[in-house]
Design a binder for this molecule. Structure first.
Ligand SMILES: Nc1ncnc2c1ncn2[C@@H]1O[C@H](COP(=O)(O)OP(=O)(O)OP(=O)(O)O)[C@@H](O)[C@H]1O
Ligand SMILES: [Mg+2]
Length: 263
């Protein structure tokens, strides 16, 4: 069994009187795709925000390969090897697809955003360009590298986010509903992409409502309900867990009943 890459103990976050994440433990092992599932409002995105440093926890510890990252700023967390995508897409519409990915490299190198626009023909820039194109190749967007991001389909914009997150060379990638808005063909492509990323040794925490995908790609699954962890285990165990069925699976057939705001 692989060693734990991410270890979370007692993670807690309140919003006024609401405990959105309530004493959650989580172990994500190296090289696995770990699913984080649960009904709307159960605290999944809040967890991702806490892990990535976007929100500060009220209590709990988070270690990434032994380094404590709880309550640290986002750039410290990113430098420790954690990258994420957002539930609500965040791409720069007026930038090209390639420029969007290069922003990821720039973040990891600490450059400022403007240098993306002023790529000259130096060797370093050429190498960045090649690395960006390789990432686009990997997600299947190389032929659209020069297109403005705003002109891509919703599903393709989600692929830009994944490519950009990978430009940070993370050890752990957090994916918050990466399949929302994708058609079945796009979903299949992204499932294949996840499997290839895992094949390269990338560890992923996947928040997703599409149960067909979660059950087929995840090695381990953690289930939240009202901010609390109600189950953890392999897909077969989760699928058969009476409490999970009652709280979530019984009425979830992979189709979202409503959209909620959140980031
Ligand atoms: N910034 C905030 N201020 C106040 N309440 C918040 C905030 N962010 C989230 N919440 C509340 O915390 C709870 C958990 O929300 P969260 O977005 O983490 O759920 P989720 O599991 O990601 O849901 P979904 O599947 O709909 O994306 C919800 O009740 C939500 O309304
Ligand atoms: Mg969410």
């Amino acid at each position: 069994m692989n060693a734990s890459l991410l270890t979370v103990r007692g993670l807690t976050r309140r919003f006024g009187g609401l405990t959105a994440v309530d004493n959650v433990d989580l172990d994500v092992r190296k090289g696995e795709i770990h699913g984080l599932i649960g009904p709307n409002g159960s605290g999944k995105t809040t967890c991702i925000n806490l892990l990535s440093g976007v929100l500060k926890s009220d209590a709990g510890s988070v270690t990434l390969e032994g380094t404590e990252i709880a309550r640290r700023p986002t750039h410290v967390v990113a430098a420790a090897g954690l990258a994420r995508t957002f539930q609500n897409i965040r791409v720069f519409g007026r930038m090209t697809v390639l420029q969007n990915v290069l922003v990821g490299f720039n973040q990891s190198l600490g450059y400022n955003l403007l240098s993306v626009f002023s790529l000259r023909n130096g060797a370093a820039e050429r190498r960045l360009h090649e690395q960006g194109m390789a990432l686009l190749e990997f997600v299947g967007l190389a032929d659209k590298h020069d297109t403005l991001a705003t002109n891509l389909s919703y599903g393709e914009q989600r692929l830009i986010e994944i490519a950009r997150a990978r430009a940070l060379s993370p050890r752990l990638l957090l994916l918050d509903e990466p399949l929302v808005g994708m058609n079945p063909t796009e979903v299949d492509r992204v499932v294949d992409l996840f499997q290839r990323m895992r094949g390269q040794g990338l560890t992923m925490l996947l928040v997703e409502h599409k149960m067909r995908v979660v059950m087929s790609v995840c090695d381990q699954i953690t289930v939240l309900n009202f901010g609390r962890k109600i189950a953890g285990g392999q897909p077969d165990e989760i699928r058969a867990d009476p409490e999970v069925i009652r709280a979530y699976l019984g009425e979830n057939h992979g189709i979202r009943k409503k959209r909620t705001a959140g980031s």
